[in-house]
Design a protein around this ligand. Structure first.
Ligand code: ATP
Ligand code: ATP
Ligand code: MG
Ligand code: MG
Ligand code: MG
Ligand code: MG
Ligand code: MG
Length: 263
């Protein structure tokens, strides 16, 4: 019958590559906006950094994290966000291909991104990488923060040359060709009176999301005895929330301060 026919054909399932993420390893999912330089142009992003876009990305990432308690830390910069799943996570049975898609769908379903996605057909590509040790995971996050630093320093000088000195993009690019970090800092300082170290931390360091206890103060209408009718009550609760930080995660200090993340 039908059941037998089905079992006869079922062997084709074995052709699916096994994409189970290795047990006990950190699973990192990085989403990166597809063709975002075009999106940024089309929507007149402030250059080099549009803070509204960065805040929106972080808001979305916070929502994802609060929906998925298996995420222990997230890191975002530019048009990308990385989500780190705890070693013991069994989310979607650790099937690698499902991770990015499900985060993406979750993002669309639970955030205002629907409007953006459906109006513009913008989308993100997603990758999954498995890191076997705490050190490799730290190095992954350091790599992304180093990328943030390098890009932001470059973009800060590039846009100063274009916006303030009136260079064309080509001229600015040529001017920066072959320059080292020290040279870029020097151009910023001597030509634009900008001390790069005083630029906003969110731009220089990106955004780290970690779980922290936060006191939440709310005022509530409560049913009180008649003589206190209409009084409001102040309620303070402690909740664990995904809190954004703009700090260095390359050095040891961050990990010493938050040992629970890698527990
Ligand atoms: P790909 O599809 O290969 O990822 P892309 O155009 O998205 O291509 P990225 O390397 O991901 O390229 O770079 C993202 C681009 O989007 C950067 O060039 C940056 O200028 C722009 N961008 C992203 N976020 C912002 C922001 N908050 N403010 C200004 N520009 C941004
Ligand atoms: P941005 O310009 O937004 O700061 P980026 O260009 O550094 O971002 P991505 O384009 O997302 O970031 O790529 C991240 C890193 O992954 C890059 O350093 C790149 O070398 C590497 N990479 C890009 N595409 C692939 C790929 N298909 N396979 C493996 N590695 C890739
Ligand atoms: Mg890219
Ligand atoms: Mg790129
Ligand atoms: Mg991109
Ligand atoms: Mg990118
Ligand atoms: Mg880069």
């Amino acid at each position: 019958g039908a059941a037998m026919a089905k079992s006869k054909f079922e062997y084709v399932r074995d052709f699916e590559a096994d994409d189970t993420c290795l047990a006990h390893c950190w699973v990192v999912v990085r989403l990166d906006g597809r063709n975002f330089h075009r999106f940024a142009e089309k929507h007149n992003f402030t250059k080099p950094n549009d803070s509204r876009a960065l805040h929106l990305m972080t808001k979305c990432a916070q929502t994802v994290m609060e929906e998925l308690e298996d995420i222990v830390i997230a890191y975002g910069q530019s048009d990308e966000y990385s989500f780190v799943f705890k070693r013991k996570s069994n989310w979607f049975k650790r099937r690698a291909r499902i991770f990015p898609t499900s985060i993406w769908l979750l993002l669309i379903l639970i955030t205002d991104l629907q409007t953006v996605v459906f109006a513009t057909a913008e989308c993100f590509d997603g990758r999954v990488v498995v890191y076997p040790s705490n050190q490799t995971l730290k190095d992954y996050l350091s790599w992304r923060q180093a990328d943030c630093h390098i890009n932001n320093l470059y973009n800060t000088v590039f846009w100063a040359l274009v916006q303030q000195s009136g260079l064309t993009p080509i001229q600015a690019q040529e001017r920066l060709q072959g320059t080292l970090t020290a040279d870029k800092n020097e151009i910023l300082f001597s030509e634009f009176n900008i001390n790069y170290n005083n630029e906003p931390l969110m731009y220089r360091k990106g955004t780290v999301l970690i779980w922290q206890k936060v006191d939440e103060v709310t005022t509530k209408e409560v049913r009180l005895p008649a003589e206190m009718e209409g009084k409001k009550m102040v309620v303070t609760r402690t909740r664990t929330k995904a809190v954004p930080l703009h700090c260095d995660i390359i050095g040891d200090a961050f990990w010493k301060e938050h040992p629970e993340i890698l527990d």
